[in-house]
Design a protein around this ligand. Structure first.
Ligand code: GLU
Length: 492
């Protein structure tokens, strides 16, 4: 049996709270977990941390899972839902209470608030004073008789300290004097965040906790819970991956533009481009920029994750996307471009479906050089795939389809009609025939190129003129040139 299948195979988890869409920072954390699991032949587990009923949005569960699927981060286990595991937390809470490692606190929220305010007045950090730690049995029953329900607090030795050994940050020491006997289970029996995380990580056999940097200050509390549960936390590796910041070095947020994974899907970014982009957010392998999934799995290591924050740069993501459009399978990209064309209302469903898969693939090859997303590509395919030109740039018409210039288009029509049949309708042949015809009539390509381009595409920019003609085919080229000439006559 190979080592990879032995009991030491790592188990990691991605544990989003379904209070928002999966954003790029979260996706990066998920990816690092997934790569680590795949690299070591371990298990990647999904767990929804949905105990905060005020902030949870159950309708986000499926979109988060869909985003992970789209990125190709397949699960070995889960999804688990903390909201369905209350009895497991309660069982562990009961045990801690029975062992004297935790105690019931009957202080009311008002009493706690009062103490918090006092701390503010004296400019001290609020720490629970341990009032209920040493209640006598009589005092306890008195509170119970009053109908008070106790919250469960863990006992923390105020004199010690706890060291978080983080693979990226190194050792971070937390003095217990900074902590207090914090609540692990509310008086209504629901677990608090740190407690649920640890019970889950222990019962799910998590070996490596790989999560966002912002959680590091929760870790000492969690380590104390591990110990109280009788679990040796030194067996678990903790890895807090640096933040993803915006270019202005503030926390990446909506105001910086798209941050959710699905927004990039909607923009026509390919999953392989986004994954490739995300892996480089804080991880590197020499100066290599392009990684296939297989390469990432093979080369990924937590040791090579950088300690400094990563900066999110959409331009670089689009650069990578362009790379994958340039080198991707045109049939697949053509199908995707078609789907975007329909979804974004660029084509009607009927129009898009009337165009063959080969033709969609051909337009990808034809336009890939100039487009960084599939939505852009679908948009710019309109003049080339649709029968009729729907749009002419008004400025281009005014400048390039003047009566004298439009007249020169007659020569192009003649050249096309006279010299080239459908089979030999290639850019090279067209180039030679059109030039020759223009010269014979005392004109030149220089004079005709832009009017011709506007007549064929409605625009002043785009692929090479003769490539454009070849792509459109003889019939459409003649029709469009004739239409441009007649448009000009109608204008007069
Ligand atoms: N639920 C936490 C979050 O969404 C993750 C906590 C963890 O990974 O331990 O940020």
């Amino acid at each position: 049996m190979s080592d990879k299948k032995s009991t030491t195979r790592p188990r990691v988890r991605f544990a989003p709270s379904p209070s928002g869409e999966l954003h790029v920072g979260g996706a990066r954390t998920a990816l690092f977990n997934w790569l680590f699991a795949r690299h070591h032949g371990g298990a990647f587990i999904l767990r929804f941390e949905d105990t905060d009923t005020d902030r949870n949005k159950p309708e986000l569960i499926e979109p988060i899972m869909e985003s992970l699927r789209w990125l190709g981060l397949d699960l070995d286990e889960g999804p688990y839902f903390q909201s369905q595991r209350t009895s497991i937390y309660q069982e562990h809470a009961k045990k801690l209470l029975a062992e004297g490692k935790a105690y019931l606190c009957y202080c009311t929220p008002e009493e706690i608030e009062e103490k918090r305010k006092m701390a503010q007045v004296t400019k001290q950090n609020f720490r629970y004073d341990g009032k209920c730690r040493n209640l006598t049995p009589d005092e306890r029953s008195q509170f119970e008789r009053e109908g008070r329900k106790g919250a469960l607090r863990i006992k923390i030795d105020p004199h010690g300290s706890t060291v978080v050994r983080d693979l990226i940050r190194g050792d971070v020491v937390y003095a217990h004097a900074e902590l207090d006997d914090f609540v692990i289970q509310r008086s209504d029996g629901l677990p608090l965040y740190n407690f649920a995380v640890v019970v889950d990580d222990v019962t799910m056999g998590i070996t490596h906790v790989i999560r966002a940097d912002e959680h590091i200050n929760n870790t000492p509390k969690q380590l104390l819970i591990y110990s109280a549960l009788g679990f040796d936390y030194t067996k678990v590796k903790f890895v807090h991956v640096p933040m993803v910041l915006a270019k202005d070095r503030t926390k990446l947020s909506k105001r910086h533009g798209a941050t959710a994974v699905f927004e990039y899907l909607e923009k026509g970014v390919l999953p392989e481009a986004l994954v490739n982009y995300l892996v480089r957010l804080g991880w590197s392998h020499g100066d290599q920029e392009i990684f296939s999934m297989e390469e990432m799995i093979q080369k990924f290591s937590l040791e090579a994750v950088h300690p400094s924050p990563a900066i999110f740069d959409e331009e670089k993501l689009l650069w990578l996307n362009h790379h994958y459009i340039m080198h991707g399978d045109p049939m697949r990209l053509g199908e995707l471009a078609k789907q975007f064309a329909i979804k974004k209302g660029i084509y009607s469903e009927q129009e898009a479906n009337a165009i063959s898969a080969d033709r969609w693939a051909a337009v990808v090859n034809f336009l890939k050089e100039r487009n960084r997303t599939l939505v852009e590509l679908a948009e710019s395919s309109k003049p080339f795939l649709k029968d009729q030109l729907e749009y002419y740039d008004p400025k281009a018409i005014e400048k390039f389809l003047t009566p004298d210039k439009a007249k020169l288009l007659e020569h192009v029509i003649e050249a096309v009609k006279e010299n080239i049949d459908n089979v030999s309708f290639t850019a090279t042949n067209l180039d030679a025939a059109v030039r020759a015809k223009l010269e014979a009539n005392g004109s030149s390509l220089k004079e005709v190129a832009q009017p011709c381009r506007v007549a064929l595409s409605g625009l002043t920019q785009g692929p090479g003129l003769f490539e454009m003609m070849e792509f459109l085919g003889k019939k459409r080229v003649i029709e469009r040139l004739e239409k441009a000439i007649s448009m000009n006559i109608n204008k007069k």
